[in-house]
Design a binder for this molecule. Structure first.
Ligand SMILES: [Cu+2]
Length: 168
């Protein structure tokens, strides 16, 4: 029996047609795929790394000339809404302090420095609120004792702020 063969030109034409249809199909699919990819990226929260010192008898107080007070440094930090925050705190003081915030759902005691010049290191993780605004944190451990715990009731000392800004 004679085997029927297709002319070469017809085979090449068929392959080219198949490829053309394939490419056309891919191009048709892509506009659908793009929004799905964008959604997946938006769902991946940004991770932000923050670093803070706690210093004992470090910062002059305006109402108490010549007296140095315990303080967070920096005491104010900005993060994007919904960001995953990894906050590393170096406590250089010779006593416990804490990073405490009911609004942020964080309450962690930072151990004293190992010795002078060797801070304890505490890593805290939390998710920044979705709502932009100013969220307060403070130290709950009685401190700034030589000054009657003055730092504990003063912003910029043992009271600080996480400022949440709308994510771009
Ligand atoms: Cu304190």
């Amino acid at each position: 029996m004679k085997v029927r063969t297709f002319p070469k030109v017809a085979v090449v034409a068929a392959v080219v047609l198949t490829l053309a249809v394939g490419i056309f199909a891919i191009q048709q699919v892509q506009p659908m795929a793009s929004p799905l990819v964008a959604t997946a990226n938006a769902a991946q929260a940004q991770t932000v790394y923050l670093y803070m010192d706690i210093l004992g008898g470090f910062k002059l107080g305006p109402a108490t000339p010549g007296k140095y007070h315990d303080a967070f440094s920096p005491w104010q930090m900005k993060v994007s809404a919904g960001a995953q925050v990894v906050l590393t705190i170096y406590n250089w003081d010779d006593m416990d302090h804490s990073f405490t915030s009911k609004e942020l759902g964080v309450d962690v005691v930072t151990k004293p420095a190992l010795k002078e010049g060797e801070p304890s290191v505490t890593v805290i993780k939390f998710t920044a609120p979705q709502k932009p605004g100013t969220y307060e944190f403070h130290c709950k451990v009685p401190c700034d004792t030589p000054n009657g715990d003055w730092s504990m009731s003063h912003q910029g000392y043992m009271i600080g702020q996480i400022v949440v800004v709308a994510s771009s």
